[in-house]
Design a protein around this ligand. Structure first.
Ligand code: NOJ
Length: 559
């Protein structure tokens, strides 16, 4: 699945979203998301770092993923844990330095792991030199043109320029103070005030990002996960939103004036051209995978035209309830609506912004949540397309729900006062080994405690225990990934739904491969006779127990 195209320049296929004779590695890759801050702390300050990521590459290789995506590790004041970048071409000292990064690139290459970075083009940090210059320069100058500065409305300009709300709560505008101490213009931020939005209508912004992309491409990365890829451009007149409260409540980018503007596609075309120019030079295809949070798969498809983003995360599985009808509908819509784009569906069950599956799928019974999460993983890994795993998913980690108000660091909590969407619970430092915190996350003589507290019950979820237990979630993921690599039916392709009892989803991939998931609360007859190749729980022949998924290759037993 992860074969690099080879050959000389003249023989290379043009990189394209369309399936071609040389298979593009990203079309059915399984990429592991590393939330650097919480993955592995090598220097003992209680925060993960690049040296920690490097040390754990053999673990990822053993798990069997095709590559890793690193959440932002650039210099940042960390108001949104790195999604507020103050220097796009360096490593935050908290995480290491450029030399450490270069060693990581080398090691990834040696192990055959793709390395994908996070790129954040919609906004930067209010500590970014450009924003500081803009504040210092005052209204009207080219420094302010790189952001959205505007005069306020009403007497003395005391009201924001429009009624937009920020996704993380509160108004989307913050008023500045002029160098002489008087209230000044307002600036736009779709997230927190510490994340001013760039003005992409200003050519200097596009030029700067070309420089930034080249900087990392020249260091050898395999691509970028593009943050807020439906953002960037705003309606040129910045008119009022018709439903600002809905804009604030929604996780999707629903304000049509602030998101999904047609001009954004030109940016993705230019980024794609740049990536393709690198591929044309050395035959290594570079990936652009977008966080395109638009309401429907059909709208997403517009971002996946052959000369735009290669992929976009398909988030509807990430938010779907544990209901067979809904999950089937979500899968069906994705396959239908993205089919024409030439891209493949990029499935996600967990990430650093969402409640982890064992908790999300639990309902009133936490044990059911764990079983459902395993079943969902087998379902996802059998679907046509690519998949992204989030660190700790392979350890069956639940969401940590008992953080105190003082422990919560998510700016959403600070800005809304609501725990409903708080994201710290899925970002707890990973438990690697041992029976107590820091569970091998930090060295034993670490000076700092893990930046978020690890609950005592993480002892049952350490990687050490998981690797030693052949029945663990870890082994389920590993075996599923191995079978994915080995079975030609899996990865890219199509699926065919099979007749199944109520509460069961069953589908066939290619020839003779069947995946079935039992959502019901009792066992059902298995859709296929014989022992499954792999199952998310004990699965006697001929039966598919409740909350269980299984894979079969049908037909005569070769043994
Ligand atoms: C999406 C990222 O996934 C999230 O973590 C971040 O807070 C926002 N973009 C803002 O950059």
């Amino acid at each position: 699945m992860s074969t690099d195209p080879g050959g000389t320049l003249g023989e290379l296929p043009l990189p394209s979203n369309a399936p071609g004779p040389a298979h593009s590695w990203w079309r059915d890759a399984v990429i592991y998301q590393v939330y650097v801050r919480s993955f592995q702390d090598a220097d003992g300050d209680g925060v993960g770092d690049l040296a920690g990521v490097r040390a754990r590459l053999p673990y990822l290789k053993r798990l069997g993923v095709d590559g890793l995506w690193l959440n932002p590790f650039y210099p940042s004041p960390h108001h949104d844990h790195g999604y507020d970048i103050s220097d796009y071409c360096d490593v935050d000292p908290l995480y290491g330095d450029l030399a450490q990064f270069d060693r990581l690139v080398t090691d990834c290459r040696l192990l055959g792991l793709k390395l994908v970075l996070d790129m954040v083009p919609n906004h930067c940090s209010s500590s970014h030199p450009w924003f500081r210059q803009a504040l210092a320069a005052g209204p009207g100058g080219p420094e302010r043109a790189r952001f959205h500065f505007a005069d306020g409305r009403g007497p003395g300009g005391a009201m924001p320029p429009n009624n937009w709300r920020a996704m993380f709560g509160g108004p989307a505008w913050t008023r500045t103070v002029d160098p002489d101490g008087t209230p000044g213009q307002w600036y736009l931020h779709l997230f927190t005030p510490e994340q001013p939005d760039f003005n992409w209508r200003e050519p200097a912004v596009a030029e700067e990002f070309q420089r930034v992309l080249r900087f990392w491409l020249d260091r050898g990365v395999d691509g970028f996960r593009v943050d807020v890829a439906a953002g960037l451009f705003k309606h040129p007149e910045l008119p009022d939103s018709t439903d600002p409260e809905a804009d604030e409540r929604s996780r999707d980018s629903v304000n049509p004036l602030a998101w999904n503007q047609p001009e954004v596609h030109g940016v993705w075309r230019s980024w794609r051209a740049l990536c393709d120019s690198y591929a044309a030079r050395d035959g290594r295809e570079r990936l652009l995978v977008g966080e395109v949070s638009v309401p429907t798969a059909a709208e997403q498809a517009a971002y996946l035209r052959p000369d735009e983003l290669h992929q976009a995360f398909f988030f509807h599985l990430l938010t779907a309830p544990w209901e067979p009808g809904r999950i089937r509908q979500v899968v069906q819509e994705a396959l239908r609506d993205l089919a024409g784009s030439g891209s493949t569906v990029t499935w996600v069950l967990n990430n650093h912004d969402q409640v982890r599956t064992p908790t999300r799928f639990a309902g009133p019974d936490p044990l059911a949540g764990a079983a459902r999460a395993g079943a969902a993983a087998l379902l996802m890994l059998a679907l046509p397309g690519a998949a992204y795993l989030y660190q700790g998913e392979e350890l069956g980690l639940p969401e940590v729900l008992d953080l105190t108000d003082e422990q919560i660091t998510d700016p959403i909590f600070r800005r809304t006062g609501s725990r409903a969407r708080v994201r710290d619970g899925c970002r707890i430092p990973l438990p690697w080994s041992g029976g107590e915190s820091p569970f091998g996350f930090s060295p034993t003589d670490a000076a700092g405690a893990p930046w978020l507290p690890q609950p005592a019950y993480f002892a049952a979820h350490t990687a050490e225990r998981a690797l030693a237990d052949p029945g663990s979630v870890w082994h389920l993921y590993r075996e599923a990934l191995q079978l994915r690599r080995g079975l030609p039916q899996l990865g890219e392709g199509t699926l065919r739904w099979l007749e199944a009892p109520d509460g069961v989803l069953a589908f066939e991939r290619g020839e003779r491969f069947v995946c079935a998931v039992n959502f019901a609360d009792g066992p059902v007859p298995a859709p296929v006779a014989g022992t499954p190749l792999l199952a998310s729980g004990p699965c006697p022949p001929g039966t598919l127990p409740a909350e269980t998924a299984a894979w079969w290759v049908t037909g005569p037993d070769p043994g």
